[in-house]
Design a protein. Structure first.
Length: 209
């Protein structure tokens, strides 16, 4: 990520106490994701922030390992984990570039509100695909900035330049969907719930017998 971890450390407390933009939409994302889970599912989340989503999903799976490159975010996530007495989630400080994407290890990988904050999505998607078991799922929520209104597209670079916003990668929903297809994924669930916002579940193909 181009933005330093210091940026996210500075905003971590405020981020943790901020309500989700739409509770109904967030709950629907959780529900769609939980349909994929089994009791023995091994899950990864990268860009986990303060860990809320991983901790909500914890009762439905065997294990979740979650990464974020902000020590401030991970510190808050671990406090939430301890307060809730959740034992099957592990939080680690790592940038997406440093995550050990082990071969065919995970049943589900999640990346919420992160792919528009990374600059190497082609490589990331290849690593995700390699790390999923055949038939495994990649679940993501992304801001498709190219589709947002003109004012937002213009103000983001200025906010980034003064340290008030992270670096942003511009793409449309269709461009991100196409990148998944090129990587080898099969589309499982595509939800364009708002202009410029995409919730996507993509599935790694099974091997041919």
């Amino acid at each position: 990520m181009g933005t330093t971890a210091d940026f996210w450390d500075r905003v971590s407390f405020k981020y943790s106490n901020k309500d989700v933009p739409s509770e109904d939409i967030y709950q629907e994302k959780l529900k769609r994701t939980q349909k994929l889970f089994k009791n023995n599912s091994i899950v990864m989340e990268f860009g986990c922030g303060t860990g809320t989503t991983s901790l909500i999903h914890a009762p439905y799976v065997k294990e979740i390992i979650s990464y974020d490159y902000s020590p401030g975010m991970i510190s808050i996530a671990n406090k939430k984990k301890d307060d809730q007495q959740i034992t099957n989630v592990t939080f680690e400080i790592k940038s997406v570039e440093d995550i050990p994407f082990h071969h065919e290890t995970y049943d589900i990988i999640m990346a919420h509100s992160i792919l528009h904050l990374t600059q190497n999505n082609e490589t990331i998607l290849k690593n995700v695909y390699e790390s999923l078991v055949p038939g495994g799922f990649f679940v993501s929520s992304s801001g498709c900035i190219k589709e947002m209104n003109f004012l937002i597209r213009k103000i983001i670079p200025f906010m980034t330049s003064i340290g008030k916003a992270p670096d942003i990668t511009l793409f449309s929903a269709d461009e991100l969907i196409e990148l998944h297809k090129v990587t080898g994924f099969k589309l499982y669930d595509v939800w364009k719930y708002k202009k410029g916002e995409l919730f996507l579940i993509a599935q790694k193909k099974y091997r041919k017998p």
